[in-house]
Design a protein around this ligand. Structure first.
Ligand code: FE2
Ligand code: FE2
Length: 282
């Protein structure tokens, strides 16, 4: 089995006492000696925590943006300063203007940097709507088909189309999938496409049925009880050996997942280093 290691460099909560927390996500993945950075958090937090964890960001193969929201992308210039010039894999819509709107409240929540500024800081953009093969058995999904009937997305998340705000279909939402040889590790950003839609698509692009582990942000904090219960039902059927959720999962949903899945569930906060290896196979 191929071992996958994942360091949580940025998350909403931190393992005390030495790490920083923020509303954000940044995960460093290592597969067969190659490292990939999924998201960058909002700013300095990911790179500061990387230093404290003794993790060197130089030489990462690619930075992958799970989608365009600032809590996953605003730290890109800081990350690029540590990685050096680097391939940045994203969906083209990740660079569009994005908003949160609730009644009179309207807030820009897209990436706060212009593309040419990021290029000047060393970003070599590789934009794709479809799957990208990073290495043998390691994919970025690209656009995720919406197939379940219980993952409708969040109507308060908007994008600007010809000067008009519309519900953001978040086609830019994507995940990283690793085939370990004993099942898939599915690494989510915010799972705006739906955590279960993402797992179903991971099976499709890899041709592997077994979901060994699901890691990252599930967005379950924002999407209501029915979606949480249906997701738990589907996860029970998938029977993963490890669930390591955090970020937009929220503590109430995390508690329910922990109650259901026992010690297979980990609250994956900043400072965690997960090793997904043969010990999971029991
Ligand atoms: Fe998001
Ligand atoms: Fe997020």
């Amino acid at each position: 089995m191929r071992e996958v290691r994942i360091w949580v460099l940025s998350d909403n909560t931190a393992a005390p006492p030495v790490f920083l927390a923020e509303h954000g996500l940044s995960l460093l993945l290592e597969v067969e000696g190659k490292r990939y950075l999924l998201d960058t958090g909002q700013g300095e937090v990911a790179v500061r925590n990387a230093e404290r964890m003794g993790v060197d960001l130089r030489g990462v193969e690619a930075i992958i943006l799970s989608h365009g929201h600032y809590d996953h992308t605003a730290g890109l210039p800081q990350a690029l300063r540590r990685t050096g010039p680097c391939r940045v894999i994203c969906h083209p819509a990740a660079l569009h203007a994005k908003y949160y709107q609730l009644g009179e409240i309207r807030r820009h929540i897209g990436i706060p940097w212009r593309r040419d500024y990021l290029v000047a800081n060393g970003a070599a953009f590789g934009e794709s709507t479809g799957p990208t093969l990073l290495a043998e058995g390691v994919w970025v999904t690209g656009e995720i088909p919406r197939r379940t009937d219980y993952e409708p997305g969040d109507p308060n998340l908007k994008c600007e189309v010809d000067g008009v705000l519309e519900v953001d279909p978040l086609l830019d939402d994507q995940a990283v999938v690793v085939d370990t040889g004993e099942g898939l590790v599915v690494v989510l950003g915010c799972a705006h496409a739906g955590a279960m839609n993402t797992c179903l698509y991971a099976r499709e692009i890899s041709g592997v049925e077994r979901i060994l582990a699901v890691v990252g942000g599930s967005h379950l904090a924002f999407l209501g009880r029915e979606q949480l219960l249906r997701t738990i039902e589907e996860l029970r059927a998938m029977d993963p050996a490890r669930l390591a959720f955090s970020h937009c999962t929220g503590q109430a949903a995390a508690l329910e997942l922990a109650t259901t899945f026992g010690d297979r569930f980990i609250f994956n906060q900043t400072g965690t280093c997960l090793t997904l290896d043969a010990s999971l196979l029991g």
